[in-house]
Design a protein around this ligand. Structure first.
Ligand SMILES: Nc1ncnc2c1ncn2[C@@H]1O[C@H](COP(=O)(O)OP(=O)(O)OP(=O)(O)O)[C@@H](O)[C@H]1O
Ligand SMILES: [Mg+2]
Length: 219
């Protein structure tokens, strides 16, 4: 099986209003795909669907292990997501009452695989060494974004979904952060789907897919 993800004829509607339809693409292990498109076209919605966090109205999302997300109920999706997905949300979704290290460690705890040394290494990798005991409210926007990225990477998921992961970072930090996401993708044969308005970020992708109201037509 040389496919990590297959999206077939996906459509999403809110009542009568179609957000997108005709979305087709596949993702191979080790591949980095960027999704670009105008604000409001449905990029975040599409990522949420890929993670099974949002429902869609037509089409299929099939993951490489054969899991067809349409066939799973909410609990099954949550368990599947916990093991296989790392998600960097556009709005971070860092938990305010946990400190930085606890936020990053959470996916490992949920999998019953706590590993303080790995958390420490990941904090250093995203440039947050020494900040593990800070609370989220004591961080800058760019630091929070890096907490969200560390949390998405810590359990080495097969699928990385990142929504504007470098939107709050200066160009040098953005490039380093992208290096980390790409390294994880290449080294572990993961797949990276990255939504971005940044030309610099899209330029580093293996493929750039353009989402519009007419969808994505890609092999
Ligand atoms: N609950 C809802 N009911 C109706 N429309 C909604 C709802 N939630 C989102 N939308 C609409 O769905 C569309 C897609 O939103 P989404 O957040 O996916 O866009 P996006 O491409 O990620 O935009 P941006 O680049 O600004 O982040 C938007 O036009 C939004 O207004
Ligand atoms: Mg968005």
């Amino acid at each position: 099986m040389n496919e990590l993800l297959r999206v077939q004829d996906l459509a999403k509607r809110y009542g009568e209003a179609t957000v997108f339809e005709n979305v087709h693409f596949t993702l191979r292990p080790g591949e980095f795909v960027a999704i670009v498109g105008e604000s409001g076209v449905g990029k975040s919605t599409l990522l949420n669907c890929l993670a099974g966090l949002d429902a869609w109205d037509a089409g299929h999302i099939v993951h490489g292990d054969g899991t067809d997300l349409s066939g799973l109920d909410e609990t099954q999706r949550a368990l599947w997501r916990r093991a296989h997905v790392g998600f960097v949300f556009q709005a971070f979704h860092v938990l305010p009452h946990l400190d930085v290290a606890q936020n990053v460690a959470l996916p490992l705890l949920l999998l019953g695989q706590p590993d303080a040394a790995r958390v420490e290494g990941m904090l250093a990798a995203v440039g947050l060494a020494g900040l593990g005991h800070r609370l989220p409210q004591q961080l800058s926007g760019g630091q929070l974004q890096r907490v969200a990225i560390a949390r998405a990477l810590i359990h080495r998921p097969a699928l990385l979904l990142a929504d504007e992961p470098t939107g709050n970072l200066d160009p040098a930090t953005a490039a380093r952060t992208l290096d980390l996401l790409i390294a994880q993708t290449r080294e572990h044969g993961a797949g990276l789907v990255l939504v971005t308005h940044s030309e610099a970020a899209a330029a580093r992708a293996d493929r750039v897919l353009h989402l519009s109201a007419r969808g994505i037509a890609a092999p």
